[in-house]
Design a protein around this ligand. Structure first.
Ligand SMILES: C[S@@+](CC[C@H](N)C(=O)[O-])C[C@H]1O[C@@H](n2cnc3c(N)ncnc32)[C@H](O)[C@@H]1O
Length: 262
């Protein structure tokens, strides 16, 4: 029997935002593997299937088990929140397979099913903050040294990129976001718009629109399912919306299009 490994992005957490292919892949699978919270997000789709739930920080064991199960002939879905190719499990699976000398043409079948990442879902909830160039940085220094993360934040700040911050803080880890804020204030005005989105499209969803100066008043919203979006020099707030202008006004009259400049 030929097995297969799907690495499935289930989106932010509500089925309305899961892709058709993600549902199809889970349905086609007889074995489901994933971090407990992600498996719970698809509980209604996996009745009667073999399910392996993992606690956090067991990624390497989880990846090996998925590969072994698929090699033994099972159709496996490894479920990941958002997109599995963005701070997800796709990388580790491919790293392990590459170490084994895997050949995708003749070896184990692997399919990555893309999902709606947190940056998409959070941006949609707060307005249009990602209309121009943006950078994405994770504050987690578990696998990447803090000095490298700081270097990336500083480069993004210098380049006037909108910045999306994943893993902004945990109970034990808050100084990273505080240091990042201080660093950004070297380059950006204190009234630069900031969006803090917790639990996008989940029952626990909470959204705060604030600015660089005041963002620390909302540290209670930070946690394992919070994403922070920091505007650039042209981002503005309009009635609870964070808007990053695409640049049309430099070329067009957007109020009276017939008056458009040449
Ligand atoms: C390990 S990363 C996984 C990212 C995921 N693969 C994605 O594409 O969204 C975990 C981080 O994603 C963000 N995140 C995950 N779910 C979220 C949600 N529902 N709302 C806001 N941010 C979320 C948080 O920043 C969290 O710390």
């Amino acid at each position: 029997m030929t097995g297969k490994l799907f690495i499935v992005g289930v989106g932010p957490g509500h089925h309305d935002h899961m892709t058709f292919r993600a549902k199809q892949a889970i349905e086609e699978s007889n074995t489901i593997v994933g971090y407990e919270t992600y498996v719970n997000l698809v509980a209604d789709l996996i009745e009667g299937k073999e399910v392996h739930r993992y606690a956090m920080t067991q990624e390497v064991e989880r990846a090996h088990q998925c590969i072994d199960l698929a090699k033994s002939g099972k159709i496996v879905s490894l479920v990941s929140s958002g997109d599995p190719g963005i701070y997800g499990m796709a990388g580790l699976i491919y790293e392990i397979l590459a170490e084994e000398g895997w050949d995708r043409k003749i070896g184990l079948q692997v399919e990555i099913v893309p999902g709606v990442s947190s940056l998409n879902s959070c941006a949609a909830l707060v307005g249009s903050p990602l209309m121009t160039d943006f950078a994405v940085v994770s504050m987690s220094d578990l696998l990447v040294p803090w000095e490298i993360i700081t270097k990336r934040v500083e480069a993004a700040a210098q380049g006037d990129f909108v910045i999306v911050i994943y893993n902004p803080a945990s109970k034990k880890r808050i100084h990273q976001l505080q240091d990042t804020r201080k660093l950004l204030l070297k380059y950006r005005s204190p009234n630069t718009p900031v969006a803090i989105v917790k639990g996008a499209f989940r029952e626990s969803e909470e959204i705060v629109l604030t600015d660089l100066e005041n963002m620390e008043k909302h540290n209670d919203k930070l946690g394992m399912i919070t994403t922070v979006i920091i505007g650039n020099s042209s981002t503005f707030m309009y009635k609870d919306l964070m808007i990053n202008p695409r640049g049309y006004t430099s070329k067009y009259n957007i109020v009276e299009p017939q008056q458009t400049r040449k």
